[in-house]
Design a binder for this molecule. Structure first.
Ligand SMILES: [Zn+2]
Ligand SMILES: [Zn+2]
Length: 255
């Protein structure tokens, strides 16, 4: 059974609802044995999380929780850095901060978050996806982080869109070259999108072009969510013959 959830948020993220302690306790009760907090670090001025991140306070709280839960649940820490290729100096600073894992995620396209109606007024739906895929490729080329967050993210907001196979191959190859793994993000199941992010076709291509390593994460923002959907992630891992890993001090280790 998959007992490592490597994508969780607490109140150190603008949209997190529960404290580190509460989230860790919920994860422990849900049967998890390893977790990694991945708090939002946002640099787009229109992002609600802009300027919210507090490294010192987060670090201190993580150390306390690690100690309190030692021997019961392994508490790792990291960040989810939005659009890392657009903020290289800020990314470099975060790379020096001793995290276990850095997720790079595309949450915005220009001025807009994927959930904003204005985005679709600016670009037709098809163009939103093609622009999104271009950004993912640029992010993979830039590198400097460990895991690409929730590939296929706009599907959660504007509906399903199969990534063209040639695009998936190019993206997967770029990720291999930069040493970036995909996660199997299960947040869609809570948000009306009944698939993992990325979905099976991308993971199949990933398996064929890479070592097949992946992380899995619920993207939990409140108690009740840690571990959600890991059964579906596990199904994908089994069916496709993928290799679940955990990051410690930014090194991938087999589970
Ligand atoms: Zn995200
Ligand atoms: Zn997240």
């Amino acid at each position: 059974m998959l007992t490592a959830d490597l994508h969780l948020h607490s109140t150190f993220s603008i949209d997190g609802c529960n404290t580190l302690q509460e989230m860790t306790d919920a994860a422990w009760r849900a049967g998890l044995r390893t977790l990694c907090f991945t708090e939002h670090v946002d640099h787009n001025p229109r992002d609600t999380g802009y300027g919210f991140y507090d490294y010192e306070a987060y670090r201190e709280a993580v150390l306390q929780v690690k100690e309190a839960y030692e021997g019961r649940i392994e508490v790792l820490w990291g960040i989810e850095f939005s659009e890392p290729h657009l903020y290289p100096a800020e990314l470099e600073r975060e790379q020096q901060r001793g995290y276990d894992m850095i997720i790079g995620s595309q949450h915005f396209l220009g001025k807009w978050f994927f959930g904003e109606r204005e985005m679709l007024e600016q670009w037709p739906r098809e163009e939103v996806f093609s622009r999104y895929y271009e950004e993912l490729c640029a992010m993979a080329d830039h590198g400097g982080f460990d895991v690409m967050g929730h590939i296929g993210f706009p599907c959660r907001y504007i509906g399903d869109h199969p990534m063209p196979e040639d695009v998936a191959r190019v993206l997967a190859a770029k990720m291999v070259k930069s040493g970036i793994l995909p996660e199997i993000n299960t947040s869609g199941f809570r948000k009306g999108y009944p698939k993992t992010l990325p979905d099976e076709p991308f993971l199949r291509i990933w398996r064929d072009l890479s070592c097949g390593s992946v992380t899995a994460g619920s993207d939990a923002h409140r108690i009740g969510e840690p571990g959600n959907g890991l059964e579906q992630a596990e199904d994908a891992v089994r069916m496709l013959g993928l290799e679940p890993v955990v990051f410690r001090s930014r090194k991938a280790v087999r589970l």
